[in-house]
Write a protein that binds this ligand. Structure first.
Ligand code: C2E
Ligand code: MG
Ligand code: MG
Length: 667
């Protein structure tokens, strides 16, 4: 209950004569101010009309003084009305107007009495004085004087009446006393009526105030409840339910009025690490700060911001076009970066909290449903994370990762195992010095039911995004162990594993189970981890890698140099082998590229890992490998990825990758 409501209730509980809450009284008079101002004006006009009409009575009762009373009435009325009108128009307060009205009420009564006192009909004049009672009643009837003013004005009229009566010689003393008693009674009654009317008005005001406060309280509670159900308890921004409503509304505006907007997903980079390293309390603080920073940017665009779940936020804002959408995303990203919240547990060379931003946009290429728009923002967010985080990506329908083909691939991947659409191709890994095949790398292949090949560059990212990589990766491991390693076709095979698999709890157990099931010793299996941008080397990943190493499994770093985390990874994980990405080999055509490759080789050698260079396509490249002392090489020149038949030395696999089975290795 509010203080005002409590004060009103206490005031109402008091007896009408004891009500004395100064603040409420003041509010009461303020609330009546305009009504009172108008009442004075209309009261004056009505009262004076009656006053002037009494001129007819003058002609009957005091005709000999009518030449004084009638002009007196007229002049008194005109002056009163003029003064009141001027005061009213000057915007005087109700109290001031009341005082002017009271003064003139008293004055025109004096005019009436003293002009009519000039009559010779002394007895009739004595009765005429009685009309002073009507003046007193008028003070209450036509005006709304406060009690003290009423007391003063009516007291003045009463005194005039008594004085005039006592000057009169018409009445006996007894009659005069009776008349005075009558006057005083009228005076008292008038005052009582005045007090009661004012008390009644005050009571009405208190009742109205109370019901208004009740109403206000109900509305406030309703608004509070609404805010509560629409607010994220932690950060104070909107919650998901509220965002859904906001999305619907924005979508409606877009459909009906073609007002384009963007649904923007914002994810705090490496938040899990932040939480694990800094503790949950600081994690919560971090989310609150990020929410505050994002809010500022979004509010400047008159948009909405909310927590979509975990460390993910969504902003909904009007944007003009695709460029403006990207600019908005960049504002959000830059604002968080500028906040410079200390992270301390990232291993990618950044020490502050950053966000990745994915935007879905309506406009010429808008999707058909709002749900799809959110999916697009989600895919863009995924791409932003892919590109190294702390990045902004606008959904692009032309991007192979985002288009319908990728949706079809996702659907295909779901049935890939069941319909046997998967296979593995094997590419030899060759010892540069001896020319011996040290092992093979297993590369996954996917075909549609009608036999068309889909490139790993297309289906692997989709499998990672949809999570299909988990069963597919398990299948690859099992197939390699069972079909290649267990029969002893090659001494060693490497399998590519995705970050999604490594981050999955129980991955090392899965590998152990496969090794046990197939009877393959761990040291014959190598796992290639791509230096991707999505992978966070957190405690789970490090533990998994340790357990895998305990099993004897080799851990290789794939595509070294394509990301930015490679160096810190090299420091954190003791890789058995580092595979240098083929782009460095191709860049070695130029002297600077050559120096760079040599520097990289020196650097890795210092870390004690075996060095493999990928993508050897020519004799010259192989010669260069020999010259630089690279340990191993892989490439079309040494052997293209081929079917299992080729690996087993039986008639080569017939297909586009069967041109160079292992037999054709040239060293
Ligand atoms: P990666 O692991 O770096 O595999 C090497 C890629 O280079 C293979 O492409 C291979 O066909 C290609 N390559 C080999 N020699 C040469 C050469 O001399 N010149 C050129 N230009 N390319 C050569 P592929 O098979 O298309 O695989 C692409 C990527 O897909 C792989 O790169 C790997 O990251 C991923 N991938 C393939 N199979 C799997 C898998 O089973 N699991 C996971 N998670 N990823 C896989
Ligand atoms: Mg590989
Ligand atoms: Mg590679």
């Amino acid at each position: 209950m509010s203080d005002t409501m409590r004060a009103v209730l206490e005031e109402m509980a008091r007896s009408p004569l004891l009500r004395s809450d100064g603040r409420l009284k003041m509010q009461f008079w303020i609330s009546r101010e305009e009504v009172r101002r108008r009442t004075v004006r209309s009261g004056a006009w009505a009262g004076l009309a009656v006053y002037v009409l009494f001129a007819f009575l003058d002609l009957v009762i005091v005709p000999d003084a009518a030449h004084l009373t009638i002009p007196g009435r007229l002049i008194g009325s005109i002056v009163t009305v003029a003064c009141l009108e001027i005061t009213f128009r000057q915007g005087a307060s109700a109290d001031a107007l009341d005082r002017v009205a009271a003064f003139f009420l008293f004055t025109i009564f004096q005019i009436w009495i003293w002009t009519s006192s000039q009559t010779v009909h002394a007895e009739l004049f004595a009765y005429y004085v009685l009309f002073g009672n009507i003046f007193m009643a008028g003070a209450t009837l036509f005006f709304t004087f406060r009690v003290p003013l009423s007391l003063l004005c009516c007291g003045g009229i009463l005194a005039t009446m008594v004085y005039a009566l006592f000057l009169s010689t018409a009445f006996s003393a007894t009659l005069k006393v009776l008349h005075v008693l009558f006057y005083v009674s009228c005076f008292v009654f008038t005052l009582i009526v005045n007090v009661r009317i004012n008390a009644e008005r005050y009571r009405t005001f208190l009742n109205e105030t109370l019901s208004r406060l009740h109403q206000q309280e109900v509305e406030d509670r309703g608004a509070e409840l609404l805010t509560l159900t629409n607010t994220d308890y932690l950060t104070g921004v909107e919650n998901r339910r509220s965002l859904d409503t906001g999305l619907e509304a924005a979508w409606q505006d877009w459909r009906e009025a073609q007002q384009p907007f963007s649904a923007t997903l914002i994810d705090v980079d490496h938040f899990k690490k932040f939480n694990d390293g800094n503790g949950h309390v600081r994690g919560d603080d971090c989310l609150k700060t990020v929410a505050r920073v994002l809010s500022r940017v979004v509010m400047a665009r008159d948009g909405r911001i909310g927590r979509y779940g975990g460390e993910e936020f969504m902003a909904i804002a009007r944007v003009r076009d695709e460029a403006d959408a990207v600019a908005f995303g960049e504002e959000l990203r830059a604002a968080v970066e500028a906040g410079r919240i200390d992270h301390g547990y990232r291993l990618d060379g950044t020490s502050i909290v950053t966000v990745s931003v994915g935007l879905g946009f309506t406009g010429a290429r808008a999707p058909h449903t709002v749900e799809r728009l959110v999916t697009e923002a989600d895919q863009a967010l995924y791409a932003a994370k892919e590109s190294g985080r702390n990045a902004v990506v606008l959904y692009d329908p032309d991007d192979p990762l985002h288009n319908d083909a990728s949706e079809a691939t996702a659907a295909l991947l779901k049935q890939a195992l069941e319909l046997s659409l998967l296979s593995l191709a094997y590419q030899p890994i060759v010892n540069v010095a001896t020319g011996r095949i040290e092992g093979v790398e297993a590369l996954m292949r996917l075909r549609t039911p009608d036999g068309a090949a889909i490139s790993p560059a297309d289906f692997i990212p989709v499998a990672e995004r949809t999570g299909a990589i988990v069963p597919l990766g398990r299948w690859a491991l099992l197939t390699v162990c069972r079909d290649i390693l267990a029969p002893g076709l090659v001494p060693l095979a490497s399998v590519n594993v995705s970050a999604v698999q490594l981050q999955m709890r129980g991955f090392s157990m899965q590998v152990a189970a496969i090794l046990m099931e197939t009877g393959v010793p761990g040291h014959r299996l190598a796992l290639e981890i791509t230096e991707g941008r999505r992978m966070e080397i957190d405690a789970t990943v490090l533990k998994t890698i340790r357990e895998l190493k305990d099993l004897g499994v080799r851990i290789w770093l794939d595509d070294f140099g394509t990301g930015f985390a490679g160096l810190s990874w090299l420091r954190t994980i003791g890789f058995d082998k580092v595979k240098i990405d083929k782009s460095f080999l191709y860049a070695a055509d130029h002297p600077e590229g050559r120096t760079l490759l040599e520097d990289i080789i020196t650097l890795i050698r210092r870390r004690g890992a075996t060095i493999l260079v990928e993508g050897v396509e020519t004799e010259e490249q192989l010669a260069f490998m020999r010259a630089t002392g690279v340990d191993e090489a892989q490439g079309y020149y040494l052997g293209r990825p081929a079917g299992i038949e080729a690996a087993m030395g039986i008639p080569p696999f017939v297909g586009d990758e069967a041109h160079a089975p292992f037999a054709a290795v040239r060293v």
